[in-house]
Structure formats: C-alpha cells, structure tokens
Design a protein around this ligand. Structure first.
Ligand code: HAM
Length: 417
C-alpha cells in the first residue's frame, strides 16, 4: 500500500473508539453534575495566541507547534493545548463569569513520538474561569481525583506545588538565577538557555548532572508572599479535608508559561517515561496576557490516550470484539427487500439489527453469521414472509424459536435489558 499514517498519529480502531466514547460519557456526566458546560474551539488559531499565552519560552511554542501559513498569508497554528483558545473564546464571546467549561479536543504537538506521546492526541479538559479562590482549585482536584479513581488509573499519585505570583516570583527568580549562574559551567546547554529565558523551567531538565545540582537550588515554596502562602495552605487544607493523598513537589513547575500559584499533575507509575496523565493549575494572568481584563482561572486537562493506557487491565473501558445483536438472514432476493423493511421497523422499536446482504444457502449464511459475531439470527424465507412468523436462532446454543414481529420485539427487549 502506498499510504501510511503520518509519523506520530494513530488510527483509533473501533474497540478503542468505543472505550473513548464511554470515557467521554463518564466525564460528561460527572462534570455536568458539577456545573460544567461543553465548549469546542477551532482546531487552528492565530499562532500569536499560543505564542503569547502558552509562552514564548515554552518547549511547545519553540519546538512543537504545527505552525503554517494559509493561502492568505496568515500565520496560523494547529491547537497544541486547550486553555488559551478557551480563554480567547470567553473574551471574544463575552461569556458571563464565573463559568465552568469542559472540552474534549484534538491537540497537535510535533514532539518525538513514543509510547504515550503522539503528534495528535486528545485532551479532556475542565476550566473554572472567574474564580480566584483556593476552594476552586481544591474542588477541581477532587473532581480529577474522583474521575481518575473511577477510570482506574494504575498506580496513580498526585503532585502539587505553588509557583507564586507576580509579586513573589521575581524575587525568587533572582535568587534562582544567582544560584544557577554559580553552577552554569556544570549545567547542560539547554539549561543555560532556560536560565536566560525562563529560569523556573530548569526544573524540567532530565539530565542527571543538572538534577543533582538542582537538589540544592532555592525553593519557590520558601519564597511565597503572604497571600500566595495563604492561598496554597487553603488549597492543601481543602484537599486534605477530602482525604486526597498528594505529594508536595517544590520542583513541579509545568511546561507552560501562564501558570501562577497552584500547579498540579496526576501521574501513573504504569506509564514509563510519559508518566503524566493530567496536568493543570491556576492561570490568573492569562486573560491579561491576551490583552483582556484581569480574570482568574484554574483548570486541568488529561490525555485520553494516556488515561486509557494507564487504565488497561483494571480499567472499566475494556471491550470484547463487538457483536451483532440480531442478524437477519434473507433467503432469496425478495426476502432481502422484505428484510430491509423489517430491519428498520425493528430499529424503530429500539433494537439493534442488521441484514446480511450476501446471498447463499442457509448453512453458508449461518457460517457467515458466526464469523460476524452475530448473537442471534432471524431467518426470513418465503414461508416466513407469507405467515409473518420468523425463526429466531440463538447462535451460541443453536436453539430455535418461531416468533411473530411483536413477539420478536418483546423477546429482544427482554434480552437487552
Ligand atoms: P499539558 O500538561 O501540556 O497541559 O497536557 C495535559 C495532558 O495531555 C498531559 O498530562 C498528557 O496526559 C497529555 N499530553 C500532552 N502532550 C501529549 C502528547 N504529545 N501525546 C499524548 N498525550 C499528551 C495542558 O495542555 C494544559 N492546557 C492543561 C490545563 C488546563 N491547565 C489548565 N487548564
């Protein structure tokens, strides 16, 4: 075959597609009970939106964006994450605040593909916009924790940190840069660039020697201003009241530029290198960065692929090969059009049914029905059309019964309940 999928993309085949649909329905039901409304934003936006919000110094913008020019010469980008476009939609459509929004959307990042990391992936996100209170963060964390417990994320744990605000972060950054400068000759090339562009990002470095040096780096936690400290204490108090286990990690900074105060990650020990199932935090300055008013916000998003990978085994979204509840086997061409009419009547009555179009003798058709995983077949020949009484055969037991249309509906209803 001449064509293959583009590197880093995936075909989501029916079994996984069913699991994803079920996952989405679960999230929809849990989040709508908590006041979240669905939103969809465009798959592509102006590149500048992400440059200004996700951040000029973020890996996403520097290395991973699918940036392109359309025929009108516009500088565009495929959506790498949902939060900036949701905030843009709020501002542009004058959505009344506070508001709770959730989405399930494809994201595009040109990162090196590996297990759990794809160039197109789906995120389900939840955003509370217009609330600055720490209780909003605690509620969101509780919602995430309950969801991931229900999904059955293997070896789940949560990390929490506060990265301060406009008041206290600059002072801390000066201290951090002073520390880094002392060690700059021992640090990797990338960390030296981070030091200039966005010093907090050094904590994302995976190089062992840099990690060693960073163990003795000053901690943001010791430099939070009074307001940030109080905010963080209240978030922790809220989470503890819900009995949610967490690890405070003062090196958790997150790879996007808009965060302030609370940052979180839910991780799974079963995922290997790409262990983050969900990331999020507070973004109180994001709206201003986009040229809007001051609008606080907090949210999280999780990767659907990673959530499913981490829930395999004990997850609730495992599917058997799909089956056909009822396959009608018409014997002869007149019977096919009769069967087609019948199948729509059955479907109208709420049943799941299909017609086998390929003709043949009964035994051949029964073989085909078995290979198509039909649970039951309905045999429709000339006699059945004349009498209105059909033969229903259970494919597993081989048991056969004669039924009228009404009896058929009743019996199938009882089977599916
Ligand atoms: P993020 O941590 O960049 O945060 O992405 C959220 C989640 O998406 C990750 O925890 C991971 O499960 C999944 N993910 C990210 N990149 C990939 C990839 N290349 N392949 C597969 N899965 C991936 C955000 O995007 C923020 N917008 C989250 C947020 C919402 N913060 C506040 N509100």
């Amino acid at each position: 075959m001449r064509f293959q999928r583009v590197k880093g993309t995936r075909d989501i085949l029916p079994l996984e597609a069913l699991a994803r649909r079920e996952l989405e329905q679960l999230v929809f039901s849990r989040l709508s009970r908590s006041g979240f409304q669905p939103i969809h934003t465009p798959t592509f936006e102006k590149f500048e939106l992400y440059q200004r919000s996700t951040g000029e110094s973020s890996d996403i913008v520097i290395k991973e964006m699918y940036r392109f020019q359309d025929m009108g010469g516009r500088d565009l980008a495929l959506r790498p994450e949902g939060t900036p476009s949701v905030m843009r939609a709020i501002l542009e459509n004058h959505i009344k605040l506070p508001v709770r929004l959730w989405y399930s959307m494809s994201m595009f990042r040109q990162d090196k593909p590996q297990k759990g990391r794809y160039r197109e992936h789906t995120q389900i996100g939840a955003e509370i916009v217009g609330e600055a209170e720490p209780e909003a963060d605690a509620e969101l964390i509780k919602l995430g924790f309950d969801l991931f417990s229900e999904i059955g994320i293997d070896g789940m744990y949560m990390e929490l940190n506060s990265i301060g605000c406009r008041e206290c972060r600059p002072t801390y950054q000066v201290k951090l840069v002073n520390f880094l400068k002392k060690h700059s000759s021992e640090m990797c090339e990338e960390c030296r660039v981070r030091m200039e562009r966005n010093p907090l990002r050094v904590f994302d470095c995976k190089v062992a020697s840099c990690q060693d040096i960073l163990k003795s780096a000053p901690s943001q936690r010791d430099h939070l201003c009074k307001e940030c400290k109080e905010h963080f204490d209240k978030v922790k108090k809220g989470i503890s009241a819900f009995n949610i286990p967490y690890q405070e990690n003062d090196r958790l900074v997150r790879g996007l530029d808009y965060y302030s105060r609370t940052v979180i990650e839910f991780k799974s020990t079963s995922l290997g290198a790409q262990d983050a199932v969900c990331g999020g935090g507070r973004y109180d300055y994001l709206a201003e960065e986009m040229g809007g008013p001051h609008i606080p916000g907090t949210g999280f998003a999780f990767g659907v692929e990673r959530a499913l990978l981490a829930s395999k085994g004990e997850g609730i979204f495992t599917y058997e090969q799909p089956t056909i509840a009822l396959l009608i086997l018409p014997l002869g061409s007149d019977a096919t059009s009769f069967a087609l009419d019948l199948v729509f009547k059955l479907r109208k009555a709420g049943l799941e049914a299909l017609v086998e179009f390929r003709s043949g003798g009964l035994s051949r058709m029964l073989k085909r029905a078995a290979s198509r995983n039909a649970r039951k077949v309905l045999i429709v020949g000339e006699d059945e059309m004349a009498s209105g009484v059909f033969i229903l055969r259970d494919m597993k037991s081989g048991e056969q019964r004669e039924l009228s249309f009404e009896e058929l509906i009743e019996s199938q209803d009882a089977d599916s309940s």
